[in-house]
Design a protein around this ligand. Structure first.
Ligand code: CS2
Ligand code: MG
Length: 402
């Protein structure tokens, strides 16, 4: 058996997605997500020029060897572009292998560890009132876990507040939108939001919050400490994690659970965080961190240190990632939670899938493979549209972390 052909499909049903489709000489195909928000064409080019030519003729059953070939063979290893490309190859090959075996991917990984996967949605609002109302809507939809993000008084825009209540798309212009950030205003406000939310809805639902890389370690420590009374499920990306050691400072001051990792692309980005139990949840995902093959390695290391998974699942990760992640989540023993920011109806039509949402949980399907496909004719109707993520500056103009 050999890989006979492979192609990259770039489509934009409201936002850009990059999909790799691999076809074997026996006519079995598999697909993988290669979407990197704001850098889609970089990954598409990497696949077309540096991956696909070397893929043709390889045995699709040799998933591990192909992973090692493209990881070690890149020489310039790691990084979001290279690893998103490798992730797409890996996910497509696991899709093929499960189809060949006639079983849903979770069975191939080791079978179900749970019937369904607890997910969290993204409640947001321009102010506390709107955000409290938005959380209520997610509770009414049956969510058990809800992330809450709100506009901050005195700031024109804050992270996570979308134009639409269900779909949040930050890549809103061809060139980066400039936003202004002020940590002091945010730190003064954030505890008030969660005080109101707990006062309104009590403690029956998990509440999550994303700091989106904007605090220093000691600012993060102070926020974590002030939020302890509100018993968050997690506080995410409170500080940039290039310096994994910085989390030790935070850990010394607060018991609020910490989550990090959506921008990590290999185990090396999180090895120290996990081994020193500096975090509680690892957010690495199928599309970013080397596909099923590498994500499994990260989850196994995390399990040794009582760290649980909490994979990224924003709108800018395609339904292919969501489908493959669900099979992974259904199998992985140290599962924590799965982000599920939903996709638009246009996106769901381009990526027919068999997973389903019910009362706060997602259910992987029984279709052999990861259960997601791509409608190429429909995808062709949505040409690529240049889009960049915003940038953030402090009020004095200093570049900051968006
Ligand atoms: C966010 C993402 O979902 C999250 O936790 O951090 O929405 C992130 O902002 C986007 O994926 C960036 O493209
Ligand atoms: Mg995040």
């Amino acid at each position: 058996m050999i890989i006979q052909s492979a192609k990259v499909i770039v489509t934009c049903p409201g936002r850009n997605f990059v999909t790799l489709k691999i076809v074997t000489d026996q006519g079995v195909h598999g697909i993988g997500d290669a979407t990197l928000n704001g850098r889609e064409l970089a990954v598409a080019a990497y696949l077309e020029h540096h991956v696909i030519p070397a893929l043709i003729g390889k045995d699709p059953r040799r998933i591990e060897d192909i992973w090692q070939y493209f990881y070690r063979g890149a020489y310039w290893r790691r990084g979001p572009v290279t690893m998103s490309a490798i992730s797409a190859v890996d996910t497509a090959l696991w899709d093929i292998k499960a189809k060949m075996a006639g079983m849903p991917l979770y069975d191939l990984l080791g079978g179900k560890s749970r019937e369904s996967v607890m997910v969290y949605g993204h409640a947001n609002g321009a102010d506390i009132e709107e955000t409290v109302d938005s959380v209520g809507k997610y509770i009414d939809m049956g969510y058990r876990a809800i992330r809450a993000q709100s506009g901050v008084p005195g700031l024109a825009d804050a992270y996570g507040v979308g134009r639409d209540r269900l779909f949040y798309e930050p890549a809103d212009a061809a060139l980066p939108t400039e936003t202004v950030w002020d940590t002091r205003k945010y730190l003064h406000f954030a505890p008030k939001l969660f005080d109101r939310l707990r006062d309104t809805y009590g403690f029956d639902h998990h509440l999550l919050h994303d700091g989106h890389h904007r605090l220093t370690p000691m600012e993060a420590a102070g926020l974590g400490k002030r939020l302890e009374d509100y018993q968050l499920f997690w506080l995410e990306d409170v500080t940039p994690a290039e310096n994994q050691e910085a989390f030790r400072l935070i850990r010394q001051h607060t018991t609020t659970p910490l989550a990090v990792g959506e921008i990590f692309n290999t185990i090396w980005d999180c090895k120290d965080l996990i081994q020193n139990q500096l975090i509680d949840y690892i957010r690495t995902t199928v599309v970013r961190a080397g596909g099923i093959t590498h994500l499994r390695r990260i989850a196994d290391l995390a399990a040794l240190h009582q760290v649980r998974t909490g994979s990224h699942g924003a709108t800018d990760l395609s339904p292919v990632t969501m489908g493959a992640a669900l099979h992974f989540d259904t199998w992985v023993p140290n599962f924590g939670i799965q982000e599920y920011m939903r996709h638009t109806p246009e996106t769901d039509a381009v990526f027919p899938h068999d997973y389903r949402f019910d009362k706060g949980f997602l259910y992987a399907g029984e279709t052999p493979g990861h259960g997601v496909d791509i409608d190429e004719d429909l995808a062709a109707r949505y040409p690529y549209r240049p889009a960049s993520l915003p940038v953030a500056r402090l009020e004095d103009g200093t570049m900051w972390n968006w």
